[in-house]
Design a protein around this ligand. Structure first.
Ligand SMILES: NC(=O)c1ccc[n+]([C@@H]2O[C@H](COP(=O)([O-])OP(=O)(O)OC[C@H]3O[C@@H](n4cnc5c(N)ncnc54)[C@H](O)[C@@H]3O)[C@@H](O)[C@H]2O)c1
Length: 248
């Protein structure tokens, strides 16, 4: 697989204990980066750390929806290291339900993790990137944020918000060597699919002209380019990886 040059770069990958995040962490390590994975799930973090078995990997148990926790950990990290790359990947879909039947607390939680988590990490990490005049931020949104999936109003709203955040922040930082982009994947076979009904997942798949799930490695390749120095111009943009599903 093609390697990007990420030597001397330090990356934080949120939600990195499994799924997309774990694969991104692996490719970043293979590309020479130091990687810090953040996740709320301690046992998966320990498993991931054993699996990757790399001295350039470390991890923290972090709930990205908790601003104070994120701030405390960032303050500790920047005492000893730059943060060059931030992948805002932690997310949940929540359950499948019509808006009027949605549990209010669950709706809130989905927005808190997917959207506010991205805000919290950007708010705490962007100042150090500005100081270093270098940064690559990739926000993992979803095709749901562009199209709006029925019975996934919280998730679709949070991911649409993530796209809006990306466009705003990218413009705010455009005069610096800092790129902020969002990616909008279609369904891939990770644990997240278990949160939705089988019918919902089948409906998602039926909308993809390629007629198959996105492979995790295909997704990682796009994230790697966006996270590298080679991406020196694209910012405040949304990169589609939905197998033809998105129409814009
Ligand atoms: N797999 C798909 O079909 C798909 C499609 C579109 C977008 N996405 C997005 O991709 C991202 C990664 O999802 P995935 O498919 O790898 O799912 P996953 O469930 O395999 O991994 C998500 C990780 O995020 C962690 N996490 C959840 N809440 C957290 C919190 N509050 N703080 C820190 N970590 C937390 C989980 O513990 C888990 O390790 C998500 O943002 C998801 O919305 C996934």
């Amino acid at each position: 697989m093609h390697q990007f040059d990420l030597k001397n770069k330090t990356a934080i990958v949120t939600g990195g204990a499994q799924g997309f995040g774990l694969n991104i962490a692996k490719r970043f390590l293979d590309s020479g980066a130091k990687v810090i994975i953040w996740d709320i799930d301690k046992s998966e973090l320990i498993k991931a750390s054993k699996e990757l078995n790399n001295p350039n990997l470390s991890y923290n148990v972090v709930d990205v929806s908790n601003f104070d926790q994120v701030k405390e950990i960032v303050d500790d990290i920047i005492k000893i290291s730059n943060i060059d790359i931030l992948i805002n990947n932690a997310g949940i879909t929540g359950s499948t339900s019509s808006l009027w039947d949605y549990d209010v607390a669950e709706w809130n939680k989905i927005v808190q993790i997917n959207l506010m988590g991205t805000f919290n990490c950007c708010k705490c990490i962007v100042p150090t990137m500005i100081k270093n005049n270098y940064g690559r931020i990739v926000n993992v949104a979803s095709v749901a944020g562009k199209e709006g999936n029925a019975n996934a109003s919280a998730y679709s709203s949070a991911k649409a918000g993530t796209i809006g955040l990306t466009k705003s922040l990218g413009k705010e930082l455009a005069d610096k060597n800092i790129a902020v982009n969002a990616v909008t994947p279609a369904g891939a076979k990770t644990r997240i699919l278990n949160q939705m009904s089988k019918e919902h997942v089948a409906r998602m798949l039926s909308k993809v002209p390629r007629g198959r799930f996105l492979e995790i490695e295909e997704f990682t390749s796009l994230v790697c380019w966006l996270s590298s120095e080679e991406n020196s111009f694209s910012t405040a943009a949304v990169f589609d990886i939905s197998g033809g599903r998105s129409t814009y």
